[in-house]
Design a protein around this ligand. Structure first.
Ligand code: M6P
Ligand code: ZN
Length: 190
């Protein structure tokens, strides 16, 4: 393989050239937001919002590679819950990841499989570390797109199923203008 470079726009998050851009809409996240009545109302009255896009650099998902991408997470809420990514564990649980905030403001929310939760504020210039074994999700707590760069080992794999089934133990919601973690009443219900 030859060395190469990609251009990352810090202001828009677009990577050029990129692999296939992933778009996640509200309909891709059914059941993930707590306020299902509000979710249904938005889908009915406002349509299927674009929540986030991922621009990946095209690389083989194999040991030795370092995969990297940007994520553009659009501002908004479902009820009082901030727009967020689906969130995932790595299939190989001991693979870590690094995030670098480029624009906007968000939280990285992390969880161990015993339900332990932590959060890290991410602003432009914040390098946030996802240690081995932590599921990771980002939430946009600002009024502008929250844009970050991510890099992780090529053989990590994405395990979405565990989060789709069990959820995160706590959810990030707006409480009087303050991003606040609250217990997820549906956590672990499968
Ligand atoms: C980060 C990385 C990516 C991930 C993306 C969106 O950029 O962790 O691997 O795909 O966020 O998050 P998710 O895959 O959980 O929807
Ligand atoms: Zn990851």
């Amino acid at each position: 393989m030859q060395p190469f470079a990609s251009q990352v726009s810090f202001s828009t998050g677009v990577i050029q050239p990129s692999g296939k851009v992933i778009e996640r809409r509200l309909s891709d996240m059914r059941g993930m937001y707590l306020d299902t009545a509000e979710y249904d109302r938005i889908m009915r009255e406002e349509g299927d919002r674009l929540v986030y896009q991922v621009y990946p650099v095209a690389l083989p998902e194999e040991p030795g590679q370092v995969l990297h991408c940007t994520t553009i997470l659009y501002p908004g809420k479902v009820g009082d819950e901030y727009h967020m990514t689906k969130g995932h564990y790595h299939q190989l649980r001991d693979r870590a990841e690094v995030y670098l905030g480029l624009a906007g403001r968000g939280y990285l929310v992390l969880q161990l499989e015993d339900g332990t939760i932590d959060k890290v504020l991410m602003e432009p210039g914040t390098a946030a570390y996802v240690p081995p074994n932590w599921a990771h999700r980002t939430c946009n707590v600002g009024d502008e797109p929250f844009i970050f760069f991510a890099a992780w080992p090529g053989d990590s794999g994405h395990d979405y199923g565990t989060i789709e089934k069990l959820g995160f133990a706590q959810l990030l919601v707006d409480r009087g203008g303050q991003p606040t973690l609250v217990p997820n009443p549906r956590y672990g219900q499968g």
